[in-house]
Design a protein around this ligand. Structure first.
Ligand code: ZN
Length: 236
């Protein structure tokens, strides 16, 4: 290939591309048009100017966001149900307390003695329990810190079984009433009929003694101050 030949080819290629630009009905459909657009060539400087002129607005937005966040505006915007501050919880939710009584009574009728080992836990008690097996001695018994457990909102109970000799056991296979079924799972079955959710069904960290009623409230919502209806109002 000689010099003049390649020059001709280059020219014709340029002409082709020029024609493409000229007749392209949709500039967006042709990337070459974009690359050679004169607007883009000078855009480096004008963009910087634009960015500079936008800066005060961005700053204003940031200031508004910080002020809004700190003053609680956003809290009012996104958490309309929030009771601020929610009344303190000092015991089991009345519905949970009633269902717990029913559970003990119904399982008793099956010859199973259920012991409620835990109910309402304050956030401080929950923190102490969380520290067990971590900063304190003992085995890890919970993955929830204060405020992260349904116990802290009076919505959960823990149970165990009591043998005739008075020993309290956490044996999922024990069949004290000798009906060929695990007493533990019998308790769970009755509890579920009463509306409890069983911690043993949790796949990540099964919690076999744990029964709770969340009334559709997540821990996140409870932490934010949302509360299911029906808590006993604390006496002054
Ligand atoms: Zn529990």
């Amino acid at each position: 290939m000689n010099k003049s030949h390649s020059a001709v080819r280059r020219t014709s290629a340029r002409q082709d591309s020029f024609r493409d630009q000229a007749y392209s009905s949709s500039p967006a459909g042709n990337p070459a048009w974009h690359k050679q657009s004169p607007r883009k060539k000078t855009s480096g400087r004008s963009n910087r100017t634009k960015r500079k002129s936008r800066l005060p607005w961005v700053l204003l937005l940031v200031i508004l966001a910080v002020v809004g966040y700190r003053s609680g505006w956003f809290g009012q915007l996104f958490q309309p149900e929030r009771i601020n501050p929610p009344p303190p919880i000092t015991g089991l939710h009345p519905v949970v307390a009633a269902k717990q009584k029913e559970l003990v009574s119904l399982t008793g009728q099956q010859g199973i003695r259920v012991v409620i080992t835990d109910g309402f836990r304050s956030s401080e008690e929950q923190d102490a329990l969380y520290n067990q097996g971590r900063s304190e001695a003992g085995a890890v018994v919970t993955y929830a810190k204060g405020g992260q457990s349904y116990h802290n909102y009076g919505l959960a109970i823990d149970f165990a079984l009591k043998k005739p000799d008075g020993n309290i056991i956490w044996d999922l296979d024990y069949d004290g009433n000798q009906n060929g079924r695990s007493d533990w799972l019998e308790v769970v079955g009755i509890a579920k009929k009463l509306g409890f959710t069983w911690g043993g069904d949790w796949t990540d960290f099964p919690d076999y003694p744990h029964l709770q009623m969340d009334f559709g409230y997540s821990i996140k919502q409870l932490k934010r101050g949302l509360r299911p209806k029906g808590y006993a109002t604390p006496q002054p």
